[in-house]
Design a protein around this ligand. Sequence first.
Ligand SMILES: [Zn+2]
Length: 204
Amino acid sequence: MRLTYHYIEPKTPEEKKEQERKMTAIYEMLFGAVLEERKFKEKLKDLPNGFSIMDGNSYNCCICDMYVKNEKLWYDKWGKKCLACQDAVDKNVIPASICKNHGARYTDFEFEIYFKLETRTIKRLISQNVLKVRIIPKSGFRVFLIEENIDVLPPKDILKSISIPVEGDKNAITTIPWYEGKDPKKIIGKYKIWPHLTALRNKQ
Ligand SMILES: [Zn+2]
């Protein structure tokens, strides 16, 4: 997956105006989110165990990342959770702390992004007990805690995507996955997931 960012210098007054309009929209969006979060935090003082939100706005669940609109969510000190994830937290299937610390877990989607692992391979690794998984009962969403997969899964901070300049365009940078800019075997060869990462091993 490649992402390229372009910065284009406005040349005409119209372009300048258009850029200012865009910047204002971005600013309002960010600032709106900050204000809203502050409002929720304030309400937590009266309801320390959390409260339900369904206000017509859309939110992402802090555990499964699901986009939620017009459905109830639960908000507490950890963040906004869909009801399936909240149920799993209440039943101690998953720790609520992963809401704030995404570095502590992997998901199927992240296995695809970081390791090009397909769902069928993930399922096979679970059945072979290579990967330890926690499954959210009401949604089937899979969470892989790094602390339960020590020596198997690497910490995510060594897998950051790499920014590189775009040839022939000094205003653009592009990002490439970590395994395209580094030797994957050197970085994660000692982890037990490595022998199963066919797509990365074949790049060598
Ligand atoms: Zn969720």
